[in-house]
Design a protein around this ligand. Sequence first.
Ligand code: PBG
Length: 323
Amino acid sequence: MSFPAERPRRLRKSALLRDLVSETRLSAKSLVYPLFVCPGRSVRQEVASMPGVFQQSVDRLVEDCREVETRGIPGVILFGLPETKDARGSSSLGQDGVVQRAIEAIRKAQLRLLVITDVCLCEYTDHGHCGVIENGEVANDITLEILAEQALSHALAGADIVAPSDMMDGRVGAMRRKLDAHGFPDLPILAYAAKYCSGFYGPFREAADSAPQFGDRRSYQMDPANAREALREVALDLEEGADMVMVKPALPYLDIVRRVKEAFPVPVAAYNVSGEYSMVKAAAQNGWLDEKRVVLEILTGIQRAGADFILTYHAKDAASWLK
Ligand code: PBG
């Protein structure tokens, strides 16, 4: 069968027909909205490099969560901007920490929302690295205990899912053991399993005030050149007890999303990161791209590649466009 018998355009004739045969159906239900929580009251400070994204105090954050719920988005992921920073990221631990207080406030508001927390040290350390420094290097094993404590403190505050993003070896296992030993055997772990060392995190580091003060993250985040290594990272995290895995960033790594999806029967998330968001926003503000059209195309592409859900700063806009 070939032309003139075969005419693929027959199924593109009307919107109804195109919809009937659509292979990918984007929905607000598979989006997660990232939020930045800071100290204070009534704070809502826009991030210069991420128009439409804000650093917010707990009170304003809860209002925003209400809107997220109203738009049919099932979850948020929280990042903290603490009052103080030190070499070990101590401010990430207490129940009075910014993220812990935000979780409690969202819980109290009784919203139908999954609260996911990013577990990492870079927002809380004065040197901005994702682990403790020893002899000028990011030390793996002594970082694990702090990360596990942080995950437990999020659980105690009422988090629904913890998501380690630090890329230390063995952190998922350390967290799983800690959670199990303290009465949280049912709390799922979403592992940032294939997290690449990416230039696309630039705007996030302004939003979360987490840029490394020396060096870079190449000794713990993955080399963009590697794909098979991503499969090994995912396998290790699953062996250690991860329930879901994430690929990050999304757009330059859609091949990784696809390969992880095909190789492992677990939910796969993709993080459409800050730089990917900022590029679209900047072009849209200049009138160079149609924002709604490209955002929906990008999210469709990420889902088509194999993502079961997508973490994206476009979530609120996309959800209203999809209504
Ligand atoms: C923390 C963390 C980062 C992001 C998520 N968790 C930054 C980093 O690794 O430098 C990036 C998210 C984004 O760019 O939107 N380690």
